[in-house]
Write a protein that binds this ligand. Structure first.
Ligand code: NAD
Ligand code: TYD
Length: 348
C-alpha cells in the first residue's frame, strides 16, 4: 500500500509516519512544504527505504499529479495545515490558502486518479481500497459552556480564522463524498501533546520557558479548558479510522482529559521544580474559546479504539523528552521563532 502523508514534517504528521512505518510494511510518501512548523529533524531516525520525502505545496496541482503518477497512491492522509490559532489571528490569509484550497486541490487530484472512469461525472466507482482521510480538529465546533461535549452531529460554529478554515475544509471533503461518492473520512481530534511539538503551543512553550526561567504567559484568567490527548493515541485513532472507518463518516477523537490551562502550567512548574512566580497573566486571546470537550463514544463503541495514555503518564514522558532533547529545541528556537515570540508577547 502507498500512503501519501501531507504535512508529515510537523508535530503530529511526523509522529504518525514513525508509528505507521514501525507497525506495517506500507510505503509512505511525505509531502511537506517545510514552513516554519515543518522540521526534518523530526524524521531523522527513519532508516527504511519505504519512506520518501518530497518538499512541496499541497496547493501545487502539477506536483500532486506527478506524485500520484509516480507512486500509485492508495491513501491520502491530510495533516498539512497552518495550525496555530494565534498566528491565524495575526495573518489569516495563508490559513485559507493552505487549509481550504490545499485540501480541495488534493481532493481533486485524488478523485482524478482514483475514479474508475475519470471523465464520467456520474461515475461513483473508485479503485478498491482507496481513501482520503482529512485530519481535522474539535475547534470546528466552536466553544462549549460548562457542560456537554462535542458530538459529530453538532453544527460547526468555528470562532477563529484557523478553526473557520478547518471547518471549511471539512465541508469541502464532505461535499466530495456526497457529490462524487469519494471514499473519505474526517477525524476531529482534541488538543494534542507529546514529543516534537513546536514550542508556540501551550505545553512545549511552558516547558521550554520554565527550563529557561522565563515568564509563563497565561491568557486571561487561565481557566479555559482543553481536552488533552497524547499524540500517539491520536496516531492509533487515525490508523483505526483508516482500517475500519465507514466511508463518509466523521469520527471525534479525544482522551477524556479536561484540564484548565492554569493547572497545566502549575503541573509543569512543579515537575521542573520551579516557582509559580514565573506565571504572568497576559491579555486574553481575541475570540478565545472557553471550553472544549470531546465525546469519543462513536469511535470507541463503533470502531473499538481506546486511548492508552493517562494524562499523568503522558505528561511525565513529554517533560522528560523535552529535557533530553535540548538540541532539538535549540535548533527550532531560531531567528524566526525569536521574532515571532517577541512580536506576540511584547505588548500583552
Ligand atoms: P504543525 O503545524 O506542527 O505541522 C503542519 C505541517 O504542515 C508542517 O510540517 C508544515 O510544514 C506543513 N505544511 C504547512 N503548509 C503546507 C502546505 N501548503 N503544503 C504542504 N505542507 C504544508 O501541525 P500539527 O500540530 O502537526 O497538526 C497537524 C494537523 O492536525 C493539522 O491539520 C491540524 O489542524 C490537525 N490537528 C492538530 C491538533 C493539535 O493539537 N496540534 C489537534 C487536532 C487536529
Ligand atoms: P494552544 O496550544 O495554542 O492550542 P489551541 O489554541 O489550539 O487550543 O493553546 C492551548 C490553550 O492555552 C488555549 O486556551 C490558549 C492557551 N495559551 C496560553 O494561555 N498561553 C500561551 O502562551 C499559549 C500559546 C496558549
Amino acid at each position: 500500500m502507498n500512503i501519501l502523508v501531507t504535512g508529515g514534517a510537523g508535530f503530529i504528521g511526523s509522529n504518525f509516519i514513525k508509528y505507521m512505518l514501525s507497525k506495517y510494511d506500507y510505503n509512505i510518501i511525505n509531502l511537506d512544504l517545510l514552513t516554519y512548523a515543518g522540521n526534518l529533524n523530526n524524521l531523522k531516525d527513519i532508516k527504511t527505504d519505504r519512506y520518501t520525502f518530497i518538499k512541496g505545496d499541497i496547493c501545487d496541482r502539477s506536483l500532486l499529479e506527478k506524485i500520484f503518477n509516480s507512486f500509485d497512491i492508495d491513501i491520502v492522509i491530510n495533516f498539512a495545515a497552518e495550525s496555530h490559532v494565534d498566528r491565524s489571528i495575526e495573518e489569516p490569509s495563508v490559513f485559507l490558502t493552505t487549509n481550504i484550497i490545499g485540501t480541495q486541490t488534493l481532493l481533486e487530484v485524488a478523485k482524478k486518479y482514483w475514479k474508475i472512469s475519470p471523465n464520467d461525472k456520474y461515475c461513483r466507482e473508485y479503485k478498491p481500497g482507496v481513501k482520503f482521510l482529512q485530519v481535522s480538529t474539535d475547534e470546528v465546533y466552536g466553544e462549549l459552556g460548562q457542560t456537554g461535549k462535542f458530538v459529530e452531529t453538532m453544527p460547526l460554529m468555528p470562532n477563529s480564522p484557523y478553526s473557520a478554515s478547518k471547518a471549511s475544509a471539512d465541508l469541502i471533503v464532505r461535499s466530495y463524498h456526497e457529490t462524487y461518492g469519494m471514499p473519505v473520512n474526517i477525524t476531529r481530534c482534541s488538543n494534542n501533546y507529546g514529543p516534537f511539538q513546536f514550542p508556540e503551543k501551550l505545553i512545549p512553550l511552558m516547558i521550554i520557558n520554565c527550563l529557561k526561567d522565563k515568564d509563563l504567559p497565561v491568557y486571561g484568567d487561565g481557566m479555559q479548558i482543553r481536552d488533552w490527548i497524547h499524540v500517539s493515541d491520536h496516531c492509533s485513532a487515525i490508523d483505526t479510522v483508516l482500517r475500519k472507518g465507514i466511508n463518509g463518516e466523521i469520527y471525534n477523537i479525544g482522551g477524556n482529559n479536561e484540564i484548565e490551562n492554569i493547572n497545566i502550567v502549575k503541573l509543569i512548574i512543579k515537575a521542573l521544580g520551579k516557582s509559580e512566580n514565573l506565571i504572568r497573566f497576559v491579555k486574553d486571546r481575541p475570540g478565545h474559546d472557553r471550553r472544549y470537550a470531546i465525546d469519543n463514544s462513536k469511535i470507541t463503541t463503533q470502531l473499538g479504539w481506546v486511548p492508552k495514555y493517562t494524562f499523568e503518564q503522558g505528561m511525565n514522558e513529554t517533560i522528560k523528552w523535552y529535557l533530553n532533547n535540548t538540541d532539538w529545541i535549540e535548533n527550532i528556537i531560531s531567528g524566526d521563532y525569536i521574532n515571532y515570540y517577541e512580536n506576540m508577547y511584547s505588548n500583552v
